[in-house]
Design a binder for this molecule. Sequence first.
Ligand SMILES: [Fe+2]
Ligand SMILES: [Fe+2]
Length: 219
Amino acid sequence: MTAEDFVKDLEQRNQEILRRLAPDSTLKPEVEGDLNVVNLLKVALRNEVEATEIAARWLVTTAEVDVKMAFARQVGDEAKHYRMIADRLRELGFDARSFDPIAKGYGPLFQYLDTLRTTVERVAAGQFTREAIAVVKNRQFIEFCERARDAATATLYRDVIEPDEYFHHQLGRSLLLRHAVTPEAQALARRAAARTLELAEELQAAALRTAGVHHAPGC
Ligand SMILES: [Fe+2]
Ligand SMILES: [Fe+2]
């Protein structure tokens, strides 16, 4: 398969599963109790730390300069998101300076990504797939913020964070086009993308079951 055909095929496979994570119009988010913008933004902080750190780890252990620099760009963007979300939390009355979003350790998706050793797996899982998931989750979250009448948080996500996450997904696409050129590389990339989606689905189901959370923003 050419790299172009491969990426097209991977995109189609991903989209089929992503539709299952997409907004469900029958879900009526509750804005009271634990499910509110502040608590969801705390989940977002955790996602941003994990996204920053996985890209940073890969940046120093990737040989190809184009991929290295793509990870570097992502590190900067995710760290910027962290700061912007922390600023928004302060406006909402929560001081994030004394908050450690990874006090309970890294999540299962981070731990899986951290096991990936090849460039094509990293790019397929961490950028092409994880960032496509982020776009879906952020669109859900924007909708949630609008229903909660939090226009400032919705705008932050719509104007800055979501476009950045989409750009990370596109970085993944262009790197796959360049590097997923052998049957072996394509098989590795396909497997890593599938596992990432599987974990995202499991995590979403668990969050829904245990905390009623179905609108946590992605990264
Ligand atoms: Fe991202
Ligand atoms: Fe981010």
